[in-house]
Design a binder for this molecule. Structure first.
Ligand code: ZN
Length: 206
């Protein structure tokens, strides 16, 4: 499946914004990641940058835009598939970039920084609200979320991104991470769950 643009939103769950000491935004804070950073979780070992400080996981619900965006907007007509993803972040690098007011690309765009499970058919926004998603690290739940807690919901995000950058079929949107982000270390085993269903797993390679 070809992916054209990767849009992401920062600070889209209140508790996550607060855990990193950030204010809750009044507009979506959008950034992009290069498609070169995509890796699919396939029960394999994945390598990450070394000696650049902590690398944090951020599990997120990912939307696939399958149809042209038309107004009035109907999310369920435009989003055709969904996945879970991890927006990997070099957190120490990001903190330094934030201090200087520089873009986040170095912290968010490295090789394997954009992990995806396989996509499945989008069941509709209401159905998504019935399911929690979670990230398990070494048999322990480290993050659990539900899209009901989004500050900017799917419709807000799609409208905002389309207004400012254009949004076309093949684009994906990382919709933000709930609280509980934290570092990975060598040999960690990570599993992404949609409710009870395992959607992807991998190991942090040395
Ligand atoms: Zn994120």
């Amino acid at each position: 499946m070809e992916i054209k643009n990767i849009f992401c939103v920062g600070r889209n769950y209140v508790k996550h914004a607060r855990e990193l000491g950030n204010d809750v935004p009044d507009k979506p804070m959008i950034f992009t990641k290069p498609t070169n950073s995509i890796i699919y979780a396939d029960n394999q070992q994945i390598k990450f940058p070394r000696h650049q400080g902590e690398i944090h996981y951020e599990i997120e619900v990912v939307l696939y835009i399958g149809k042209e965006v038309t107004r009035p907007l109907q999310v369920d007509n435009i989003v055709t598939k969904m996945a879970l993803g991890i927006d990997f972040t070099l957190r120490d690098v990001q903190s330094a970039l934030k201090e200087k007011g520089h873009p986040w690309l170095l912290a968010k765009g490295f090789k394997n920084a954009t992990l995806l499970t396989n996509f499945w058919d989008f069941p509709g926004q209401t159905a998504c609200e019935q399911e929690d998603f979670s990230l398990i690290k070494n048999a322990r739940i480290v993050q659990q979320g539900n899209i009901k807690s989004l500050i900017f919901n799917f419709q807000n995000l799609i409208e905002y991104i389309d207004d400012h950058f254009g949004l076309t079929p093949g684009d994906i949107i990382f919709t933000g991470t709930p609280e509980g982000v934290g570092p990975i270390t060598d040999k960690d085993e990570l599993k992404l769950f949609w409710n009870e269903e395992l959607k992807g797993s991998f190991q942090v390679g040395k």
